[in-house]
Design a protein around this ligand. Structure first.
Ligand SMILES: [Zn+2]
Length: 617
């Protein structure tokens, strides 16, 4: 069993813990200080603007894959994957840490898979199967992968050298399931073939999607011993076509994500690529690199008869500075810095907002980013999906992080993002709590609805809200609502045009990074003339489950299978394993107990005997 599994149980256990509601006395005191300014209006129309929410937006990168029970998607990616060698599982840290070639990526792998070719991908598939998540594995495109796990690679061992093997998109000869470790090459199509043969293809239990390397515009910085020169746009397009063609030939069901651009500088000019100015001159209609990339992928589909890149994949780390002038400052006790943090997600969508960053200092032509990406897609390659496979708005240890995270998820749903994966280190507790609120607020696997509906809020700086239903059932509405005020309670008056007399409240506050279950009779909620008033504590994000019919009515309970009843579905192999190990644990416990009792009896006998001996003259 993996050591991280225990953490998952703790998180799940913590999530169902109850927390005390606002008392009536507290509410009264708040209404005295709140005043008219601390009221916001939320208008929900369950019949309007319905949009299916892609469950893949509730995703993480693999550093966090053991910290949640339910995910939409998991990405195995990041700098470590650029020189990952699937044959022997070696990888290189690049400039992140001493250019070390080592076993690092095996650290997160289940022990049953250690040492197998492609163990990192096999492990990703295993975790995704258990979590019901979509799997995104990174392939290599920079040119070379680690040959060994012998530690630091020196600058005179720059590729090509015996510290690296060459990466080829396609093998051009028969695939092997036991790759040749001594031929000096790794082949991407042989890797995918191995995964398809081992796990099934993307439509039958295997890896769902492949990412075309990671942040290619930075290769010369992150991996100067693998790819010392600044990549050109032409190189990226040529490698993208070669690799995507090779993958699709082996697994036509797999989706391809590209080009995993690191940020705004890559979106605009591929980070000042040597050939960008010439491309722009010959195609003045291209407003930014994204236009060119999408146009090239559309042309590639035309010439090869099949779509190669399914998902436009970008990374988005906020560049917005705190009031102190520093990006990602840690002044979570400073209302002005927190205010800036809480507004930073607006650069995803809000054209009335101007973040304080180097991007706006230089014009911010392509902010807000999601409408800009969609516009390029509509112009150059309609049908391309959008993914943000790395993002982070900060606040792993402060409730500010949960509020930003909830906002990001609501915005991803609103703007039709297909896949999104938090990349915030392995200890992003508040962001994980916000993800749990959307995927498993009750600890029983119930999440935010799958269909977004119209939800308009009156004051974006104070409070944001997102509403959803399950399928087309309007009897239950889930609403996520934030209070961004640093000090004040804010009352949200929620109008739905229909009575929802039952309100169950879940909330995350600054006391602990957990989803608190405030129950169905929370004093912070009152209903009058069909308007639900919810008085929110400062700096909180809440999820309200609104029901038209009593969710605890006897007929509903009768439909719920008792816990002791056998599951209707066949148990998964994971469940079978844990049941086996539980039986094993019982036997072990019995043996330990028996041995302990025997030892105590034996000790008592020895003591009695020795006393008898001492007292014997
Ligand atoms: Zn600050």
């Amino acid at each position: 069993m993996n050591r991280f599994r225990m953490g998952v149980s703790l998180v799940v256990a913590a999530m169902v813990a109850n927390s005390v509601c606002v008392s009536a006395t507290d509410s009264d005191a708040a209404s005295d200080t709140a005043g008219a300014d601390n009221t916001v209006t939320i208008d929900i129309d369950t019949a309007s603007d319905r949009k299916a929410i892609s469950p893949l937006i509730y995703g993480v990168n693999s550093e966090l894959m053991y910290k949640l029970r339910y995910f939409g998607s998991i990405r195995a990616g990041g700098n470590r994957f650029t020189a990952y060698n699937w044959e022997n599982n070696a990888s290189n840290a690049g400039s992140d840490w001493n250019h070390s070639s080592d076993d690092h990526l095996q650290g997160n792998v289940d022990y049953t898979l250690l040492g197998l070719p492609g163990s990192v991908a096999l492990n990703l598939d295993k975790v995704c199967d258990t979590a019901g998540a979509y799997s995104l594995m990174t392939l290599q495109m920079a040119g070379y992968a680690s040959a060994d796990k012998n530690g630091q690679v020196s600058s005179d061992e720059v590729a090509p050298s015996n510290r690296f093997v060459q990466v080829m998109a396609s093998k051009g000869s028969e695939f092997s399931l036991t790759p040749d470790l001594n031929d000096g090459f790794v082949y991407m199509d042989e890797f995918v073939n191995y995964l398809v043969e081992t796990l099934g293809d993307a439509a039958h239990g295997g890896i769902n999607a492949y990412s075309l390397d990671n942040e290619p515009a930075l290769w010369q910085h992150t991996h100067p011993l693998v790819h010392p020169d600044k990549p050109t746009c032409a190189e990226l397009i040529e490698k993208t076509i070669a690799t995507a063609t090779a993958v699709k030939a082996v697994d036509p069901y797999a989706e391809i994500f590209g080009p995993a651009l690191f940020g705004y500088g890559a979106f605009t000019t591929f980070s000042g690529a040597p050939d960008w100015n010439d491309i722009r001159k010959s195609n003045p209609n291209y407003k930014w690199f994204i236009d060119y990339y999408l146009d090239e992928m559309a042309k590639a589909e035309e010439s090869c008869g099949t779509r190669l890149v399914d998902v436009l994949d970008v990374h988005f780390y906020t560049e917005a500075k705190g009031a102190c002038g520093t990006r990602y400052c840690t002044h979570f006790d400073d209302p002005a810095c927190v205010y800036n943090k809480l507004n930073a997600t607006r650069s995803l969508w809000d054209d009335s907002y101007t973040e304080d960053s180097w991007i706006t200092d230089t014009g911010a032509e392509f902010l807000p980013i999601l409408p800009a990406l969609q516009k390029s897609i509509d112009t150059y390659y309609p049908g391309t999906k959008i993914a943000i496979t790395e993002y982070d708005f900060g606040g792993p240890s402060d409730v500010c992080g949960a509020i930003c995270q909830a906002d990001a998820l609501g915005i991803f749903a609103q703007y039709g993002v297909y896949c999104a994966n938090l990349f915030a280190g392995s200890d992003a507790k508040y962001q994980v709590a916000a993800l749990s609120m959307f995927t498993n607020y009750d600890g029983q696997g119930t999440g935010f609805g799958d269909t977004l509906v119209s939800c308009k809020y009156s004051d974006v700086e104070k409070s944001t809200a997102y509403a959803s239903i399950y399928g087309d059932d309007e009897d239950v509405v889930t609403v996520v609502v934030t209070n961004k005020s640093f000090t004040d309670r804010v009352t949200a008056n929620i109008n739905l045009g229909r009575d929802y007399p039952y309100v169950h409240v879940y909330s995350i506050d600054g006391s602990a990074p957990i989803v608190n279950n405030l129950g169905t009779s929370c004093d912070a909620v009152s209903i009058s003339d069909g308007v639900i008033s919810y008085e929110m504590e400062p700096m909180t994000v809440s999820l309200l489950v609104l029901s038209a019919n009593d969710p605890d009515a006897p007929e509903t309970q009768a439909q719920t299978a008792p816990e002791t009843e056998a599951p209707t579905e066949a148990p998964s192999s994971e469940a079978a394993e844990s049941s086996e190990s539980s039986t094993g644990n019982n036997i072990t416990a019995f043996i330990i107990c028996a041995v302990a009792i025997l030892a105590v009896v034996l000790a008592a006998v020895i003591i009695i005997i020795s006393r008898n001996k001492r007292t014997t003259p």
